[in-house]
Design a protein around this ligand. Structure first.
Ligand code: NAP
Ligand code: GCO
Length: 264
């Protein structure tokens, strides 16, 4: 009986994976046997990422590519297919956030977030699906968010993008499920990465950031997630073990979405 969680022989592209959640997911996919390909927006970050992967004994393939640039994405996917092989697993991880009250946010700032967090997963998915169809299988994992379900002050663009990404996930499932392509989402809770570092900064008086205290109180697990917490769920959604799971967003959030919160 084959191991349904094995990724032996599979090629995985994880976008924006020099560090953070993408890096942790790529490491987990590698541990399950996948060959890792990643991109970042700057060569210095790709180099740093390659060194970080090498430190873990992973011979990754790194490419400089801005995921919002459709021509660059198409060219990079063609290069990957020529140099590494056809992409079996795509993790649309690259993302940005701008925490600005909506009335103070410019339309350009709003568009920048939508561009990376929603348009780019569309662009990269469009670039890899044709070869997945030819190959007869494919896995797409979109990194969604609590903000695919909930809003909060200052993250209007990010929530709009991540809400849209949940529906793009369902639409790719609907349109390409017949080609044995499964498209699912992972919705991380609050994870300790550079993206959330401002929310965890120690205050001048040495106390924890109020938002840090808020999130820990709102999370049944009573802690922030680690990027490594996302590895197992990603392996599941990238593997044959999830071949009949499609259009689903798997929340990896310590229970925060299920919990009304502690009485103050
Ligand atoms: P992060 O630490 O800020 O890393 C984001 C990565 O995306 C970086 O490597 C960044 O590269 C890359 N990137 C940004 N714009 C790009 C572009 N145009 N082209 C290529 N790469 C680009 O973020 P993270 O916390 O690891 O989050 C990763 C994903 O998880 C994001 O989609 C985020 O929205 C989502 N998420 C995070 C959390 C959390 O609590 N941390 C929770 C839920 C969902 P540069 O350094 O060059 O910009
Ligand atoms: C914020 C955080 C969140 C997390 C994540 C939660 O400012 O609220 O950055 O948006 O990044 O998306 O799932």
């Amino acid at each position: 009986m084959n191991n349904p969680f094995s990724l032996e022989g599979k090629i995985a592209l994880v976008t924006g994976a020099s560090y953070g959640i993408g890096f942790a997911i790529a490491c987990a996919l590698s541990d399950a046997g996948a060959t890792i390909v990643f991109n970042d927006i700057k060569q210095e970050l790709v180099d740093k990422g390659l060194a970080a992967y090498a430190e873990k004994g992973i011979k990754a393939h790194g490419y400089v590519c801005d995921v919002t640039d459709e021509a660059a994405v198409q060219a990079t996917v063609a290069k990957i297919e020529a140099e590494v092989g056809v992409i079996d697993i795509l993790v649309n991880n690259a993302g940005i956030i701008k925490r600005i009250p909506m009335l103070e946010m410019t339309a350009e700032q709003f568009r920048q977030v939508i561009d990376v967090d929603l348009n780019a997963p569309f662009i990269v998915s469009k670039a890899v699906i044709p070869s997945m169809i030819k190959k007869g299988h494919g896995k797409i994992i979109n990194i969604c968010s609590m903000m695919s379900e909930l809003g909060r002050e200052t993250v209007s663009a990010y929530a709009a993008a991540k809400g849209g990404l949940k529906m793009l996930t369902r639409n790719i499932c609907s349109e390409y499920g017949k080609y044995n392509i499964q498209c699912n989402g992972i919705g991380p809770g609050y994870i300790a990465t550079p993206q959330t570092a401002p929310l965890r900064e120690i205050q001048p008086d040495g106390s924890r950031h109020p938002f840090d205290q808020f999130i820990v109180a709102k999370t049944p697990a009573e802690r922030w997630g680690d990027p490594e917490d996302l590895g197992g769920p990603a392996v599941f959604l990238a593997s044959d073990a999830s071949n009949f799971v499609n259009g689903h967003v798997l929340y990896v959030d310590g229970g925060i979405l299920a919990y009304i919160g502690k009485q103050p």
